[in-house]
Write a new protein. Structure first.
Length: 180
């Protein structure tokens, strides 16, 4: 931060690349906050289903994942991606569900392989592989949601880039001007 002539602080302009990185970091943090809460919901429902019903491990996991998907949609739409395009809600929800179902298959595929492929089905092992599956599916979901579901408004990035270019150009000396 620099001090202007009046003594107040003025922000140093950031490069367009730095602004994009900053936006991505903020987005990832918000995604992580909602996703972290979703993981807790997922694991809580999973363990509740495992200990209070006679459902098989993967069936209990699928139910828990569906509950977490519903929870996450609300968090993503109204917190993480609240500034994104809201004009096509039906298309957005359809894409969200499609990519969430792909994530469900990834997440529960890991649990299925551990449980039925390797026989690792103790409560601790089930929770470990449920968590590993959630982690792998989360990487896929982050990419899919930001790329295909909650798309940025094109004008928003263009305006931010244009403002940074104007600010940078305004600080450059013009030809023939003497720079002290």
């Amino acid at each position: 931060m620099e001090r202007g002539s009046s003594g107040s602080r003025t922000a140093t302009p950031r490069s367009p690349a730095r602004q994009r990185v900053d936006r991505l970091v903020r987005e990832a943090a918000k995604f992580g906050a909602v996703g972290g809460a979703g993981v807790l919901v997922n694991l809580l429902v999973f363990n509740l289903m495992r200990h209070t019903t006679d459902l098989q491990v993967v069936r209990a996991s699928v139910i828990a994942t569906v509950v977490a998907i519903a929870f996450n949609y609300v968090g993503f739409r109204y917190f993480t991606y609240r500034d994104r395009d809201k004009s096509g809600r039906t298309r957005e929800l359809t894409r969200f569900l499609l990519f969430s179902m792909a994530g469900l298959v990834i997440e529960n595929g890991v649990l299925y392989a551990a449980t039925y492929g390797f026989g690792w089905d103790s409560p601790l092992q089930s929770n470990i592989f449920k968590f590993v599956g959630i982690g792998i599916a989360t990487l896929f979901r982050f990419w899919a949601y930001r790329s295909w579901v909650f798309r940025a408004l094109p004008a928003e990035e263009a305006v931010a880039d244009a403002e940074s270019i104007v600010a940078t150009e305004a600080k450059k000396p013009r030809s023939g001007q003497h720079v002290p």
